[in-house]
Design a protein around this ligand. Structure first.
Ligand code: PLP
Length: 221
């Protein structure tokens, strides 16, 4: 099976309303092009600004690029002109800087609030208290060049399904809290990005609307 077959097998098994971000990090542009041409897929995810810029320059311009990694503020300007969604907003400071760059370009950049739901220390993201205090900040309302579209999180790398399920449930709960308290009138705030190659089925059963699948499509890295 090649990446097109693997993509089609996964796409065929999950409900069409759920978006698949094909995570193409470390993979060559030629494989992305293959999925673009032979599967008609348009949504790809990258976690490094420089790699994303390179691929963006090589590939068709109607690809929707999702940024999914930790973004340094000095790299925002490289991806701001074309990125479709920044899934990994992990601090208020970063969001303010994204808004600044988007304003210069006269565009509005959709984003997700990344939560730290795993037990691992290394994963970036907000706690629910931090997210609420950001949303309560008067500065937050004034950010007119970014569009909050929901939440994102990564579960712990572990075989124990009950741990993973619990973390996804926590993320869904955070989504509900924010939706109810801050974004009830905002239809765009509707996405829960959770689930990767090894745990997307669990994530979907817990309410995921976007899954991010890398190795399950492109093979191991
Ligand atoms: C790499 C990555 C993925 C995809 O991981 P796979 O296990 O290869 O499917 C999803 N989300 C994020 C944030 C990633 O960095």
């Amino acid at each position: 099976m090649d990446c097109v077959d693997r993509f089609k097998a996964i796409r065929g098994k999950i409900s069409p309303e759920i978006k698949i971000v094909a995570v193409s990090k470390t993979k060559p542009a030629s494989l992305i092009d293959q999925l673009y041409l032979d599967a008609g897929h348009r949504i790809f995810g990258e976690n490094k600004a420089q790699e994303l810029s390179q691929k963006h320059s090589l590939l068709p311009k109607d690809i929707e690029w999702h940024f999914i990694g930790h973004l340094q503020t000095n790299k925002i300007k490289n991806i701001a002109p074309y990125v479709s969604m920044i899934q990994s907003v992990d601090s208020f400071k970063l969001l303010i800087e994204i808004n600044k760059e988007a304003k210069k370009l006269n565009r509005v950049i959709p984003y997700l609030i990344q939560f730290h739901i795993a037990t691992e220390e290394t994963k970036y993201g907000f706690s629910i208290e931090e997210a609420k205090s950001m949303c309560d900040d008067p500065l937050f309302i004034g950010l007119s060049n970014v569009l909050p579209c929901g939440v994102m999180g990564m579960a712990t790398f572990i075989d124990d399904e009950s741990v993973i399920r619990k973390e996804f449930r926590t993320l869904k709960n955070y989504y509900q809290i924010l939706k109810t308290s801050y974004f009830n009138q905002q239809a765009d705030f509707c996405e829960i990005s959770m689930g990767m190659s090894d745990d997307y089925k669990i994530a979907i059963s817990e309410g995921s609307t976007i899954v991010r699948i890398g190795s399950g499509i492109f093979g191991g890295r």
